[in-house]
Design a protein around this ligand. Structure first.
Ligand code: P6P
Length: 342
């Protein structure tokens, strides 16, 4: 029988099949991890359903609340936060959750079994863009618990990024995508709304070693360290040998900016500055999971001095500067920030 060459999507390589087949290569895999990702993909579809019609059902705008890190809470932030928690609280494989929208740990309700995993998530990153219909996303990070039993604790949650056993993000954009990694490559799935399945569309994503796009909010230029200013000025100089000037792209939505960087190469920067020495982005909910994905695709992620994934967290909502993208671009940024380049 002639079997035609088919694209990954045509192979009906669904997210679920990809996870299960990936687990088969782990002798001690128990299927619990695939159940977690299945729950997250369901939550993502429920969030997508609201995000995609936000303008029609009065789900835009704010709740008049401010969250633990001072951001105004949008109606969709709240919806996404509750949806992910409720989609995951009963799966039986988690001992605790933590959300960027909640100050404290989120315990598993007593009526449900708990498990050996820990889930951290940013329910709706970039939500300030919702009302302008700009890409937003959800980000998640999964660890194994370190305490023996009982309710998960801060000790289970505050682990360095290298200990993640999986991480991913969902993009709510012109199409809906689910990108994840368990450390063996980064894989992208696009939702086929006609069947309600995520189909493999970006198998084993590899980020270019160097890019030609930089992504940073230059409105903060005057607050930056002079070495950071010199770095961005360098990228703007005209030098064909080194592929400069770079193009500037910044949509103010971390998941969208990092996803473009992952596929096209280049660098996304959120540096510290005189007003926010540690920058704006959260280590546990944004930087760690995105660093895990980008490193799995052959890229790099730094706080300007060292690897994001090696930072030992001290508090749940701590921030860190972020320089993430092509390995050569991140390395060059680190050299400028260390004053080794002029
Ligand atoms: P600024 C959104 O609030 C967010 O956390 C990220 O999604 C985004 O990259 C960043 O803040 C934008 O921050 O200071 O450039 O507006």
């Amino acid at each position: 029988m002639h079997i035609p060459q088919t694209s990954p999507a045509q192979k009906f390589m669904t997210l679920e099949r990809h996870i299960i087949e990936g687990e088969r290569s782990h002798p001690d895999a128990t299927g619990e991890f695939s159940a977690l990702l299945h729950g997250l993909s369901l939550a993502a579809k429920l969030v997508w359903r609201e995000v995609s019609k936000a303008g029609l059902v009065n789900m835009q705008g704010s709740t008049k609340r401010v969250n633990v890190t001072g951001d105004v809470v949008k109606k969709l932030d709240e919806f996404a936060d509750e949806t992910i928690y409720k989609a995951m609280d009963h799966v039986g494989h988690l001992c605790v959750m933590a959300s960027e929208e909640n100050e404290d740990l989120l315990q598993i309700p007593k009526q449900y079994p708990s498990g050996k995993y820990v889930l951290l998530y940013d329910p709706l990153d970039g939500s300030s863009n919702i009302d302008a219909n700009i890409t937003v996303g959800s980000i998640f990070s999964i660890f194994q618990r370190v305490t023996e039993s009982g309710n998960g604790t801060l000790e289970d949650v505050l682990q360095c990024g290298l200990k993640q056993i999986g991480a991913g993000y969902v993009l709510y954009s012109s199409s809906m995508m689910f990108i994840y990694s368990t450390g063996q490559g980064a894989h992208g799935f696009t939702l086929d709304p006609t069947v309600g399945e995520f189909l493999l569309s970006h198998e084993n994503i590899r980020i270019p070693k160097q890019g030609s796009i930089y992504s940073v909010n230059e409105g903060n230029f005057n607050r930056w360290d002079p070495n950071m200013q010199r770095y961005v000025q360098y990228l703007k100089e005209d030098d064909k040998e080194t592929g400069r000037p770079y193009s500037s792209r910044y949509i103010g939505s971390l998941v969208g900016d990092v996803h473009r960087t992952l596929l096209y190469g280049g660098i996304y920067c959120y540096p510290g500055d005189t007003k926010n020495p540690d920058g704006k982005l959260r280590l546990m909910y944004e930087n760690n999971p995105l660093a895990f994905i980008v490193e799995a695709a052959g890229g790099a992620a730094s706080n300007g001095k060292g690897r994001i994934l090696e930072i030992q967290p001290e508090t749940l909502h701590q921030r860190s500067p972020l320089f993430i993208g092509s390995a050569d671009d991140v390395r060059l940024a680190e050299e400028f920030l260390a004053g080794k380049r002029t």
